[in-house]
Design a protein around this ligand. Structure first.
Ligand SMILES: Cc1cc2nc3c(=O)[nH]c(=O)nc-3n(C[C@H](O)[C@H](O)[C@H](O)COP(=O)(O)OP(=O)(O)OC[C@H]3O[C@@H](n4cnc5c(N)ncnc54)[C@H](O)[C@@H]3O)c2cc1C
Ligand SMILES: *[C@@H]1O[C@H](CO)[C@@H](O)[C@H](O)[C@H]1NC(C)=O
Ligand SMILES: *[C@@H]1O[C@H](CO)[C@@H](O)[C@H](O)[C@H]1NC(C)=O
Ligand SMILES: *[C@@H]1O[C@H](CO)[C@@H](O)[C@H](O)[C@H]1NC(C)=O
Ligand SMILES: *[C@@H]1O[C@H](CO)[C@@H](O)[C@H](O)[C@H]1NC(C)=O
Ligand SMILES: *[C@@H]1O[C@H](CO)[C@@H](O)[C@H](O)[C@H]1NC(C)=O
Length: 538
């Protein structure tokens, strides 16, 4: 049982970039005939200006949210990374996975981090966020999840459809995905459900962000919806903290943000503000959509979090809020390499999924680059609902640095037992006739002699991420049901950091939906207060 690791590419980089430039893709410009909002990397253009809403983080959730708010308000969207347009590492399926290998400290589209557990991981650093570096697999959450988090079902469906009509495609299966599909069925992951957007037990084909030409549509493409003229996108700017004001009230109110040039010096800060019309009921919010690492980090840097930790970094305490950085979870995963050695096949994103053991195990297959000229074929599975959790803490007051995070993978016995089941299932898939024949391996007879104890050890040793980490600003502990941060006004968090649990399936679809959903909720809330205001002042 070999584990696939994420390898960091070093050599060949120059040659590779040369190749990219010379291949100059069809995808090197934004979609035609549509309009994206105004984008600038010039901090001076935004410094000192005011907007109705400020969305921090132009990622998966942030873009859907900003587009929606722009239907009635002016929006500033601040993203620490650059533009995805013209970047083949983001857009072209042929280079899928390369962005995870080619990372650097401050500019690459993926920022790598190693959790305190010692597991290598990644997060997006580009407009489009992690939807610009991920596998693009799209699947709605189960009804169980929607009920559990208490969302309005009708609005959820509308929000999913809004996303799907813009950036989601039905895939053509590659040969490897077809082989994997047979492997999942042979291993007994039934029934076969064909193509479906829904999270249903058995083997199914999900949707994808890659279109029929192999071009990725990130969440940034959603910025064309709504009213792009009312959005200003500030790129290559990293938000350091939220600014609060405190006019004779016992609750602080967010009134702007402080940011730096991502390539600049962390002491050279600039500010942007929320519009403050006379009626305070018509003030907008600062909304953090900086992801499961970014949003708790910004709250801590703004003085909202466990006060002892804030003191350690000499950050003035705005609000002692214990929950910030707590409840960090990552679904433990195991990956088997099914080929004998590295080859140079085209990368292939997971498109078929096995949903097994009463939704508790998710199995996928892909072909992932391990260096710039070599790929490996994998089947991999995750524990869908881990009980183990950890925490996030600051490791620097520079907002460009990763905070330190620990997920405590498999710390709870329940997770370890699930991982044993998962490993047994994964082995059945990997040894299926379909897969064994395709990769040209001897179809080994059942010599599954590995004991439970050995499997537990193997799980501990080989655990890896499925990149579905979440938590840090969870609903009920840091934000309320409307995603407003407890104890302050004018500040919300809307992204994967608010999840108590990941939606069972891959989370991206649900985060895109959540951005749209919460945006609509805010627009409705504003309409309601407006109506009240009009009644009161005839
Ligand atoms: C390699 C990988 C593969 C994955 N594959 C899949 C998949 O196939 N299907 C699926 O459903 N899910 C997948 N996921 C998970 C999914 O992509 C993420 O859960 C989801 O995109 C997270 O969305 P988000 O809005 O919470 O954060 P993000 O999309 O990460 O957005 C956060 C944004 O905030 C920005 N930001 C952070 N800090 C600051 C700051 N201080 N100032 C300004 N901007 C800031 C970041 O640059 C980023 O753009 C994958 C994830 C990864 C990393
Ligand atoms: C932009 O937002 C403002 C609110 O600040 C609104 O009055 C205006 O109608 C919007 N612009 C457009 C073109 O919709
Ligand atoms: C923004 O950052 C990206 C990534 O570091 C870089 O490629 C791009 O040139 C930057 N743009 C500007 C205008 O600075
Ligand atoms: C101040 O806080 C107290 C309780 O902590 C609350 O009862 C009161 O309404 C608050 N006042 C204002 C103006 O918000
Ligand atoms: C990748 O390149 C290296 C160095 O040129 C070579 O040794 C290796 O065999 C190549 N791998 C594949 C799978 O082609
Ligand atoms: C914290 O920062 C230090 C120094 O910058 C670094 O050596 C260490 O690896 C970081 N720790 C984590 C958990 O990121």
């Amino acid at each position: 049982m070999e584990l696939s690791q994420t390898f960091r590419g070093h050599g060949l980089l120059t040659a590779f970039m040369f190749l990219l430039i010379n291949l100059s893709l069809a995808a090197s410009s934004p979609p035609q005939g549509k309009s994206l909002p105004y984008m600038t990397s010039d901090v001076e253009e935004v410094a000192g200006k005011s907007f109705d809403y400020i969305v921090v983080g132009g990622g998966t959730t942030g873009c859907a949210l900003a587009a929606t708010l722009s239907e009635s308000f002016t929006v500033l969207l601040v993203e620490r990374g650059g533009s995805p347009y013209g970047n083949p590492l983001v857009l072209d399926k042929k280079y899928y996975g390369f962005s995870l290998i080619q990372t650097d400290d401050y500019t690459s589209v993926a920022q790598s981090f190693i959790s305190k557990d010692g597991v290598m991981n990644s997060r997006g650093r580009v407009l489009g966020g992690s939807s610009a570096i991920n596998f693009g697999f799209y699947s709605r959450a189960s009804e169980r999840f929607i009920n559990k988090v208490g969302l309005d079902k009708e609005l959820v469906t509308e929000a999913y459809e809004w996303v799907e009509s813009r950036i989601v495609s039905k895939p053509e299966l590659t040969l490897w995905q077809t082989v994997a599909e047979f492997g999942l069925l042979e291993a007994g992951i039934l029934p076969y459900n064909g193509f479906s957007l829904e999270h249903i037990e058995g083997t199914k084909v999900g949707a994808t962000l890659f279109d029929e030409f192999g071009i990725r549509h990130t969440s940034a493409d959603l910025l064309e919806a709504g009213n792009p003229e009312n959005i200003t996108v500030l790129l290559n700017a990293t938000v350091k903290n939220v600014i609060f004001c405190n006019e004779n009230r016992n609750k602080s109110r967010a009134h702007g943000i402080r940011f730096i040039k991502s390539s600049g010096c962390p002491d050279q800060t600039h500010e942007a503000y929320l519009n403050q019309p006379d009626e305070s009921s018509s003030w907008g919010d600062v909304i953090l959509s900086a992801g499961a690492l970014g949003s708790p980090q910004i709250l801590l840097l703004s003085g909202i979090g466990p006060q002892q930790q804030l003191r350690n970094f000499n950050i003035p305490v705005e609000l002692d809020l214990e929950g910030v950085g707590q409840g960090m979870k990552d679904n433990p995963g195991i990956a088997l390499l099914v080929d004998n050695k590295p080859q140079n096949r085209l990368p292939d994103t997971p498109q078929v999924v096995g949903i097994a053991d009463d939704f508790k195990i998710i199995v996928e297959a892909g072909i992932i680059p391990v260096s710039l000229n070599a790929t490996r074929m994998t089947v991999a599975a995750k524990v869908a609902f881990p009980a183990s959790e950890g925490k996030l803490e600051l490791n620097s007051s520079d907002p460009r640095e990763n905070p330190s995070v620990q997920f405590n993978y498999l710390a709870k016995e329940k997770d370890l037992e699930e991982c044993v089941k998962l490993s047994q299932l994964l082995e059945r898939v990997a040894r299926s006739q379909s897969i064994a024949m395709f990769v040209g391996m001897q179809h080994k007879k059942n010599n599954l002699m590995t004991s439970e104890d050995e499997l537990k050890k193997s799980c501990k040793k080989n655990v890896r991420t499925f990149y579905h980490y979440h938590g840090g600003c969870t609903v009920g502990s840091v934000v309320d049901k409307d995603h407003k941060v407890y104890g302050v006004e004018g500040l919300r968090v809307v992204d994967g950091s608010t999840f108590l649990e990941s939606p069972g399936t891959n989370p991206m679809a649900t985060l895109l939906m959540l951005g749209r959903y919460q945006g609509i909720k805010i627009l409705q809330e504003r309409e309601d207060t407006c109506a009240v205001g009009i009644q009161q002042n005839p």
